[in-house]
Design a protein around this ligand. Structure first.
Ligand code: GLA
Length: 672
């Protein structure tokens, strides 16, 4: 890894692997800070050991990573692979025939380690896996402070912290998607502060992350899939999802930067694709989508400098509200009387790319699809279906449903010149059954085909950008991020609410994936009105879009908006490629986000609390101490003001807020 070492060791009895050290390179030279140096009265040795990954059986009392319906005791079975970036260590149990390969993969360019496990049933009988974590991480803290992201619809990514002196802390989802309630991400620090460790899961289904205070006082974090038992037939292999672990001497902010670097790596060459400024018409027209109003919006959007026009829900046959139409993915001929292709052509003639919303996994009871294939939804024979948002969910794990969705995408993307797809998912599956297959791995099947479809889109239509969405931020995790270009963190687009959501989001995920629109929505939680500038600066913190009903914006507002869009275009490469430092939090009187890339630093700053009464009363400018600059260098802002690095680091970047100037963008260039 770039600056981190993760060291494991095999004790002489070779029954399990132990964590030795996880920290800055070199930390492994010396006695392990995580080893149990005492006895384990009343317990087994494994119960007190910093085990890497053990089955229930071997570690019966203090938490195991793998639970079958019978106890498993295994022994080291050799290294399947050991290269500078990968390690695959096998453990085998003679009695059940189970073979587990503990997999490790690192990137020399980041401080992120990937871990997962592969289980093969080498025995004659089916094995029942009741719980399979992907990895366990031992963290050498004395008293753990856990940071997690929680919330609900329209209130995702709220950062919370809890001190765990003893016992277990657990978060997760049983919704078949990561869900709005918790993000599959957790960070750990000692209450004394200092370095931080983080884990982030790459799994688009149900999951859990548990943190246990071990009997040694250290903390052990386990992460993996959740849900019903998985059957493993003889000869079958189960590959658990990857979990990313990150360490940073720079605390939570540093862990965030490590995960950002990992997500930039996941994007590969697609990182260099400019994420266009989109206009999305959802908040303006909701289900009342028709050619005239969409074109009116598109014309204004083009004038504002937007690069992409996205038609959201409501464009397809029969979709007049949320009770109908899902599944019938053909453009509504009444809404587009001149044809959908001609409509798209007109949008494109404005110089805009064209994007379309779909919810491929969903079906309305009132749809042709449901009439023709009532058996395609998750269901239990003899039980009524449960409607959520008036819709049902397709059993995407079925091969015929997968084929239907693939064909639907192929048809849309070949019939129309679509540049951008917003893939939504607005309900979890319940009741969750597939008649005739009572022991199918429904969650695993669904996720596998969701990934296959995203991979198909990437491979077959590499120029099409994909936005991941699930009723806002219901499916934001590393596996989706690896297969999409941006994700939609929340349906809440109000200024202060959004700033809070984005603050939490950036702890776990990178700005180049964070889609954000400027709207006129007042919000639900902190409804203090904020200026257009504030709303634009907020959306500039990630991938800027506009979602307001811009038909109602005055000429002055439109002119101001166009200037903000132009400014954003000049800073977006720094925002999307830069190292992020979060300065303060939205709960403070003011806060900022610093993005540094090469010789350029962009600071986005928001006045989030009370003003100080200046100039009528005595007061001082707000100051934002920047980070990671060269104290001896000189930096010049866009107005020509020059600051030493030492000043910016220690006195801080000065910004004057007024009632109308409640946010700012400062671009600093380091002088050669
Ligand atoms: C979900 C999405 C929104 C919008 C609506 C359309 O709520 O999160 O952005 O697309 O569906 O129905």
């Amino acid at each position: 890894m770039a600056t981190t070492t993760y060291t494991v060791g095999l004790p002489s009895d070779e029954r399990w692997l132990e964590s030795i050290a996880w920290g800055p390179t070199g930390v492994e030279h010396g006695p392990s800070p995580i080893a149990n140096t005492g006895r384990t009265p009343y317990l087994t040795a494994a119960d007190g050991a910093p085990v890497e990954y053990v089955p229930f059986g071997l570690r019966p009392f203090t938490g195991a990573d793998l639970v079958l319906d019978q106890e498993v005791f295994w022994r080291f079975d050799g290294a399947d692979e050991a290269t500078p970036t990968t390690l695959r260590l096998a453990f085998a149990d003679d009695l059940t025939g189970l073979r587990a390969v503990l997999c490790y993969q690192v990137s020399p360019a980041t401080d992120v380690l990937l871990r997962w496990v592969e289980l093969t049933n080498g025995g004659p009988d089916e094995l029942r896996v009741n719980q399979v974590d992907s990895a366990g991480f031992s963290v050498p803290v004395d008293t753990a402070e856990l940071t997690f992201l929680t919330g609900r619809w329209a209130h995702e990514f709220q950062r919370e912290q809890v001190v765990l002196p003893a016992g277990r802390f657990e978060i997760g989802s049983s919704q078949g998607v990561p869900g709005h309630q918790f993000v599959p991400w957790l960070a750990v620090q000692d209450t004394a502060g200092g370095p931080a460790w983080g884990v982030s899961l790459a799994w688009s289904g149900s999951w859990r992350i548990a943190a246990d205070v071990e009997i040694t006082g250290a903390l052990r974090v386990r992460a993996g899939r959740a849900g019903s038992a998985i059957r493993l037939a003889p000869g079958e292999t189960l590959v658990a999802p990857q979990v990313a672990g990150a360490y940073s001497t720079e605390g939570l902010d540093g862990v965030a930067r490590a995960f950002h670097a990992h997500e930039r790596e996941l994007a590969g060459s697609r990182l260099d694709r400019v994420r266009p400024v989109q206009y999305n018409s959802w908040e303006a027209t909701e289900f009342a989508v028709e050619e005239e109003s969409q074109l009116a919006l598109a014309r204004i959007a083009a004038d504002l400098g937007a690069e992409l026009f996205v038609v959201d829900d409501g464009w397809f046959d029969g979709r007049h509200d949320d009770t109908t139409g899902l599944g019938d993915w053909t453009p509504d001929p009444a809404a587009f009387p001149n044809g959908f292709a001609a409509f798209i052509e007109q949008v494109k003639a404005l110089g805009l790319g064209f994007g379309l919303w779909v919810e491929p996994e969903a079906v309305s009871p009132k749809s042709r699809l449901y009439r023709d294939h009532p058996d395609w939804v998750y269901r239990i024979d003899g039980r009524p279906g449960t409607l959520i948002r008036n819709q049902l969910l397709l059993d995407l794990g079925r091969e015929d449903v997968f084929e239907f969705v693939r064909t639907m995408f192929d048809r849309l993307l070949t019939d129309y010149p679509i540049d951008y797809v917003k893939w939504d998912m607005n309900r979890p599956p319940t009741p969750r059954g597939r008649p005739g297959e009572p022991s199918a791995d429904l969650d695993g099947d669904h996720v596998r085909n969701y990934w296959r479809l995203l991979d198909h889109l990437r491979e077959t239509y590499p120029d099409v950008l994909i936005e991941g969405c699930a009723g806002g931020g219901g499916r934001v995790e590393l596996a989706t991020i690896a297969r999409t270009d941006v994700v939609w963190p929340s349906d809440n687009t109000a200024p202060m609410d959004r700033l809070n959501i984005q603050y939490g989001f950036l702890h776990a995920h990178a700005p180049h994936v964070m889609s954000s629109w400027v709207t006129d929505h007042p919000g639900f939680f902190d409804t203090r009105p904020k200026s257009l500038r504030f709303r634009f600066v907020t959306a500039m913190a990630g991938v800027l879009g506009i979602g307001a009903d811009i038909r109602h914006w005055s000429p002055e507002q439109r002119a101001e908006a166009a200037a903000h869009v132009a400014l954003y275009k000049s800073i977006r490469s720094t925002v999307h490629h830069g190292e992020v430092h979060l300065i303060g939090a939205p709960g403070d009187p003011s806060c900022a986000a610093q993005y540094s890339h090469g010789s350029r630093t962009v600071v986005l700053a928001w006045q989030t609390g009370d003003l100080d009464g200046t100039p009528a009363l005595p007061g001082r400018q707000s100051r934002f101490p920047l980070r990671a600059l060269d104290p001896l260098a000189t930096y010049r802002d866009g107005d020509g003001a020059e600051y030493s690095g030492a000043h910016l680091l220690h006195a801080g970047l000065p910004i004057t807020f007024t009632p109308t100037h409640d946010a700012d963008v400062v671009v600093l260039d380091r002088l050669p």
